[in-house]
Design a protein around this ligand. Structure first.
Ligand code: SF4
Length: 89
């Protein structure tokens, strides 16, 4: 399995270098839901299970935070831990 993140050509760079597949997906997210780009970048960089869950739920419902909150797929393994369960006031 190909890792999502590869070594940077510039070893002094702080920016992760993602695999071509992840870069392609990040480009789509930047166009379709730019406010969610950070979530996907954190998920692809690894080290954040919350970001991975968040990104997976966003993908599942075409980036709709309301749809995640109102998700009724109680058999989904992520359902108990999905983001946006509480409404912001
Ligand atoms: S919890 Fe709901 S929105 Fe999240 S992945 Fe599962 S089915 Fe999709």
């Amino acid at each position: 399995m190909r890792p999502n993140i590869e070594k940077s050509a510039n070893r002094h760079s702080e920016e992760p270098v993602f695999s071509p597949d992840c870069e392609h997906r990040l480009k789509d997210v930047a166009e379709d839901a730019p406010s969610k780009l950070g979530v996907f970048r954190r998920a692809y960089a690894g080290g954040s299970r919350l970001a991975a869950i968040h990104a997976k739920c966003l993908e599942c419902v075409s980036m709709s935070t309301v749809a995640i909150r109102e998700c009724r797929s109680v058999t989904c393994p992520l359902w108990q831990v999905r983001p946006y369960q509480k409404k912001r006031h």
